[in-house]
Structure formats: structure tokens, C-alpha cells
Design a protein around this ligand. Sequence first.
Ligand code: S3P
Length: 772
Amino acid sequence: MGDTVLFKKTAIIGLGLIGSSILSAMRDRGLTQTIVATDTDPSSLNFAKKVGLIDEIAPDIDSLCQTDVDLFIIATPTRATSAIIYQLACAKADGNIANTAIITDVASTKMSIYQAVLGACEQNNQPSDWLNFVLSHPIAGAENSGVHARNPRLFVGRQFIVCTDNPPTAKAHFIQKIKILWERIGANVIIMNSQRHDEILAYTSHLPHLLSFNLTYQLASHDDNLDIFRYAAGGFADFSRISASSPVMWHDIFMDNKHALLKSLDEYEANLATFRQLIEQEDSVKLIEYLTTARHARRHFGHMLAQAQLHKATHNPHLPRENAMTDQTQRYHITPSQAIHGTITVPGDKSISHRSIMLGSLADGITHVSGFLEGEDALATLQAFKDMGVRIERDGDKVTIYGVGVDGLQAPKDALYMGNSGTSMRLLAGILSAQAFDSVMTGDVSLSKRPMERVAKPLRQMGAVIQTTGEKGTAPISITGGQKLSGIEYALPVASAQIKSCLILASLWANGTTTIIEPEISRDHTERMLTAFGYPVNTDGNKISITGGGRLTATDITVPADISSAAFFMVLGAIGGGEGLTICQVGMNPTRTGVIDILKLMGANISVSNETVVGGEPIADITVKPSDLVGIDIPEHLVPLAIDEFPVLFVAASCATGTTKLTGAKELRVKESDRIQVMADGLGTLGIDCTVLEDGIIIDGKGVAGERNAVFGGGHIDSHHDHRIAMSFAVASSRATDEIVIHGTQTVATSFPNFAQLAGEVGLNISIEQGE
Ligand code: S3P
């Protein structure tokens, strides 16, 4: 697989399913050079040697302790593990284990292992991290056991818990190395302390096993148990499956995790008593309430579980290529160039493209869209509606949507995958919350970090049952269908067209009127397009009202060129040499033109011509000539009107004379990346002084009046899965002294698939490198 070797010699104790699967995965990926093993069963050892899983057999643990071993894996049940730890400590005290060798284990309980490590260190009068012991636990298993059942993919997409405790059992760099090992074999590593591990496992694994053993035992003790087993339907079969596991293993686990297990058992008994009472007293209302709560929780949990597997299998960077689409890394190499000129047309507006698919799908009749953005984000929306049964045909930028009406969407078979697109996920959350069916939405690494409670919270107020199942109010989003929504009045906490649009869309199905109040006006494409589809929307300043229960009538949509994409070329025209640039037929919706206002305030030579209106949206040609830019304090009211253009405006500010200050733009921190920090880091790499503020940035421009001096040095930039970061630094290269290499440029395809081609046409020396 071409992975780098992590360990020279690995020694393993125990060739059961887990141990031999770890070795098998390490072998496949070339993570260790040599493997020595010991096991109480000689036939397992001989077999492993014969099939090349191990290189050397050690008859016992003492002969396994060799000074050239740099990794010990104890892959035995919990109780045996504790005893082995003492044995390894003796070997280390005798000088038979190298100081830098790491020891790890895979036992299912962790407090007892932690105590054993501390005990062994203390016995040898050594500090707690003397053994370099990293406590691990893979949440993986299989029906079959032993070396014959080994599976190098057993850990792919599964969780591997690594415990860090106080006092520590290993130094940070040893923990990091083990974390890398588990990640390389495909697992997702989660760090927690041993106590927390045992508490969580008590609920998620140990208690369910105990209950399963208990129920099977209860039925087995009945005199007529054969009949019960004979007629036991699915419920018993499902519930009892796990009680067929090893009694000795579970005895050990129950004993070792006694404290946490008893706590969870007490809680269980209390709940059981409540259920008993509700049935005894025939309290139907309460009983239904309890059962419904449990059902909802289980459905969400089922979604989380299914999606976690799907998501991880698709996005783990250590998986084979065919499973890791978005991990294909691309780089731009750009050498400085001065002569910038040309006339170009940039692709269709992303926001409008998304909405054309959504409203076209919900309309009665056929909608024709032209100028549709063929970027991955808009295509994610298109695919989602296809997945919900809408017939959509596309020929390049021409799309035909056979609308199904507001009541015609069908349940998708799988989770809807939104890729990098926050707009798709947030707007769809509104639509899906009002459908009769359940749904789940997932996204890529960047989208999975972005806040989704901002839409979930007001949707809940409308009556939606929606859960952000990620760690921090993030995707995957799980929605339970069949709810009746009601109109609300909602004051948006931030000026966000995505939240506003989500609520507007949900209110199409709500009882009564929904009123949304924006703190500042944000883009209004949803309102405009609904009106074009014949659905009344009432806008009064920053207050928008919409009443549910209406229908949409199909209409044709012409998508104007995206001003957010044009912005890269506006700045390039202003900071580059040559004759400047003209960008044709750009959308000039007043809720989007903040970038022009800001560039004008900075002294840019911008002119607007051929103004007209197409499909309810104003458009015009924009010409930008090389300009002497000056630093400004950006007026806060322009922030929502230029929200996506700040990365490239920071590049303009770097080329200006004097200082530019942006405030009131905290939202930039939750875009496809933290655009304040990521831009500050990148600009810093290229030699620009910036001060990062909580809600903005101060940039010390390095421009000189009347000159086209190089203000940036060369260097490597990480785009952090953010298309606009990548394109902004490409623009910067026109004023750089040396080559700029931008990493992770594959995301440019989300909004501007032909960016590099157009940039090359107008004079940037840009080449694309594909691959890792
Ligand atoms: C968008 C709204 C903006 C913008 C995004 C597209 C839209 O997000 O950043 O690229 O299409 O509604 P917020 O509304 O969250 O600011």
C-alpha cells in the first residue's frame, strides 16, 4: 500500500481475532518490518508463521521481550492483560525491553488496565509513564474468532478508543504514534480517559450483554423452555443473539467494570420499574409518551450508526482510493505574472442554481434552467432531489426539472450526501423537516464541522423533529418525518441567507404565517425566486413573511454569472498589471454587490456597463483596471453583502497602501473553513502582517502608490478544504516574488470548475498537479 513503516519490530501476545487482524492490517500496509508473536495455543502460532502473518515464534512472554522490539501489543482478554503488564514491567526492569518501546493493549475495560499499569510502575519505583503504555480499545469484532477469522479490514471505519489519564501512562508522542497506527489500519481514533471509557462501555456494551444473558437465562429456566424457544419470534432472536458470546470473557468484563456496570444497572432497574407501573396502572398516555421518546431516539441512533459507517468508510484518508473520492488531492503551482488582461464570463451563480433545483422540483409543471452552475455544490442539490424521486435532466448548464409539486417528494433510499455544500444542507433541512418521510443528510469533512443547530433550533420551534447527530451540533442531520409545522416569528441571531431561506422553505408547509426578522439584510434569492414561481412573499425592510399552504408554478430560470466567482477576477484586474479585466453578465443583485462597494472604497478603478434585468435578477458587465488601492475600515453594514468575498478582499488589502480593518465578520469563522484564521495563516506565510480579531482582521498593506511592486513572497498554502481560500491565493500570485503552491485545490470544483483555465487565459501562470 506504500505506507511508511512505523515500527521496526512488533511483538504481539495473543493471536485471537483482534490481534491477528491488527497484524494482518499492519502487514498489508507495510507498517512494521518484522513480527514476533506468542500465544498459549502453539497451533495458532504455527499457522500464523506458515501463512506469513508473523516472522518469528516466541515460546513465551519472556523470550518475546527483546531489545529490538519497538512495539508490544497485548491482545488478550482483560484479566490476562493485567497479569501480562506486570510480567512486561519485570522484563523492562531487567533491561530486556528498550526504553523507547511502546506497549499497547486492546482490552475491553480500561480502568483495571490503568490500575495495573500504575501498579507495575510503582512496584518498580518508576514514574507512571515508565512503560510507555498506551491504553487502546477497538470497538470492533466478528462472530468468528481466532487467527483463521482474521480480517485486515476489521477496523476500517470503526472506532478505536485511546485512553489518556492523569497521571499519564505514556508521553504525548508515544500516544500520537499509536493513534497514527490505528488510523493507518482504517480506524477512527477517539481519545477519552479510562473512567469515561468504562462508563460509556457500561451503557453501550456491558449492560446490553448483561440483559441479553439475563433474558436468555430467564427463558432457559422455564420448564417449558423448549416451547418458548421454538415459538420465540424475532424479538427474542434479536435480543438474545449476544448472549451466545464467551461466558469467561463476559465474566471478566462484568467483574472488571463492576462499578460503572452496577450504576447503569441501577438506572435500568429504576426505568423498568416505571414501565412496570405504567402498565399496571394502564397509564396509556404516559406509556405512549415513553415508547415514542424511545422510538425517536432509536431512529436517530439508527441513522447515526448507519451514517457513521458510510461517512467513515467514504472519508477515511487511509482507505483505498476507490473509497476516498474527496481525498484526491490537487495542487496549483503558480509563478508570478504581471500581464493580466481579457474579457471573460464566469459560471452561473451558486446560490441561484441551488434554489432553481429546489423550487423547480417543488413546482407544478416543468422548469427549464439555463446558466446552471455545474459545480459540485449545486450538483449535490440536484442529486438530492433526484434521490427523492424528481426527474431532472441536465445537458451542461441547461437543466430540465419535472416538478412533483409540494406534496410529491419521495423518501430517499439512503442518506442524502451534501458534499461540501452548506447551502444544500441548511436549505434542505427546512424542506425535509416538513416531509412525511424520515431523512438523513451527511457531508464532507469541512461541512461536517459547520454549525447546523442554527437551522435545527428554529425548525424545532416550528414543530420539526430534527437532530444534529455530530459531536458539536453538526452533521449528520437526522430528521423524523410526519410532523405538523406551525408558523413562528423568528429573529435571526445572525444575518444569514441560509437560515432565512431554510425557514422560508419550511414555512411553505406550515400552518399560518412565518415571520423572519434579519439583523442586517442578506441575499434575497429565495424570496425573489419564490415570487417568480408565483408564491407570495411579503418583504418589509428586514422583515419577511410567508404563509404556508400555497403551490408553486413552474417557470424558466436564467442563472446569472456568479458575482462571488467574478470577485476573484475583479481583484486580479485591480492588483495585476496589464490592461485589466472585463467580466460579462454578472449578477448584480443589490444584496450581493458589497464587494464592488468595498473595492470602490479602496480606490479600485471599477466600471459597470450593459445593465439589464434577466429572470428577475439585475445583471451587468464589470470592468476593472489596475488600481492603486488604499487601506480602509470596512463598513460593517457591507459585511453580509460581501460575505463570501472577504478572502479575496484580504488579498486586495495586502496590495493596498496602509491598513485595512474588518470587524463584525465573525461569521467568516464558520464558513467552509475559519476564513479569518486560515487567511491570516496563509498571508503570514507569504510575508504579510495581519492581526487576527475575534470578529475580523487587520491587514498591513504592502502596496506602494503608483507601483505594481511584489507584495507577497512565495510559499506553500493549505486551503483547508475551502475553495475560496484556494482561489484567493491564486490571485495573490500575480503580485508574488516566487512560486506559490496551493494545496487541496480540488474543492475549487465545488463553485468554479473552470477557474484555473480562466485564470490561465487572462495571464496567470498556473499549472495543476494531481495526486497525493
Ligand atoms: C448562501 C448564503 C451565505 C453564503 C453562502 C451561500 C446562500 O451563507 O456564505 O456561500 O446561498 O444562501 P450564510 O447565509 O450562512 O451567511
